[in-house]
Design a protein. Structure first.
Length: 301
């Protein structure tokens, strides 16, 4: 049984079920309501109903039963390895590959491939489902991803992520022609208030998020850009570019429902990844070559 504790602040004065769905996005709303009904959620030491309205400085305790995790099996899946040593591994993730197992995706993931390649040499901080994974990119986003082979490396990289000192530059093709050569989008990102599986610019409940962009090439109806992350929120580039009316080409969630090019998801590639090596303390930078579909698109445009 895992306990999560929270103390409400000024922005948290809402129904307890809504508050928990924002704090625990990996758990469904129905599951959270089940926990409330079973008195696994206490406010100031007392059980409450799902419609309980939180007050300032309420103390919330949530008891989450341990989930039974399925066995994750090694699979012989080819990996495009950009760099590898005894502490870290940098891979160029292909389009369509899920990073770690989740409901509906227990095989064919990057983790399955890593378990075959690295055997038992993966950090265990994130448990059975996410061995070695310190950060992730979306299923249809390609490019550089760092994997940790031990907890020492994992803790170092997690700290760098927290401090926003990792260099992350993505290449993308967006709808429309950007007028400025470069710019910065500084807008908080949080769960969409209605569509819970989506993120959105959310000034009330969002977390600080900053994306810097610069134009690489302009086309008649699209722009080829580089986006550098200052923070690392879920779907950050996709949400930010859509917020300035330049959604990513192929992004059916934050852009037009129909892609003009019959693409599989957003045109987004994690090109440059720069880190301080956890053991040597030297800065290292990795450059993942653009995938063939992306190069072909640029030729067409």
């Amino acid at each position: 049984m895992e306990e999560r504790r929270y103390t409400t602040e000024k922005n948290d004065l809402m129904r307890i079920d809504k508050f928990l769905s924002e704090k625990l996005p990996d758990l469904s709303r129905s599951y959270l309501q089940k926990l409330i009904k079973e008195k696994e959620v206490l406010v100031n030491g007392q059980p409450v109903k799902a419609n309980y309205k939180l007050s300032l400085e309420d103390h919330i305790s949530v008891m989450i039963p341990e989930l039974k995790e399925p066995d994750i099996l090694p699979e012989q899946i080819p990996l495009d390895i950009l760099y590898e040593d005894e502490d870290i591994l940098v891979v160029n993730k292909p389009k369509g590959m899920v990073v770690h197992p989740s409901a509906g995706h227990y095989s064919g993931t990057l983790v399955n491939a890593l378990m075959f390649h690295c055997k038992d040499q993966l950090s265990g901080i994130n448990g059975v489902m996410r061995p070695g994974i310190v950060h992730r990119i979306d299923m249809d986003t390609t490019g550089s991803l760092i994997v940790c082979k031990n907890d020492f490396a994992h803790q170092s990289l997690a700290e760098q992520l927290k401090d926003h000192t990792i260099t992350r530059k993505y290449h993308a093709i967006v709808h429309g022609v950007l007028k400025e050569d470069n710019g910065t989008i500084d807008a908080p990102i949080g769960r969409h208030p209605v569509e819970r599986k989506k993120m959105s610019v959310n000034y009330k409940n969002g977390k600080h998020a900053v994306t810097h962009y610069r134009v690489l090439k302009r086309f008649e109806k699209f722009t080829y850009v580089e986006c550098q992350l200052e923070t690392g929120r879920t779907h950050q580039i996709r949400v930010h570019m859509a917020s300035i009316r330049h959604p990513l080409l192929g992004d059916a969630i934050y852009g037009p429902a129909k892609s003009p090019m019959k693409l599989q998801g957003q045109t987004l590639h994690a090109k440059i990844l720069g880190i301080i090596h956890p053991r040597t303390s030297q800065y290292m930078e990795f450059n993942a070559e653009l995938p063939d579909y992306f190069k072909h698109l640029l030729e067409i445009l």
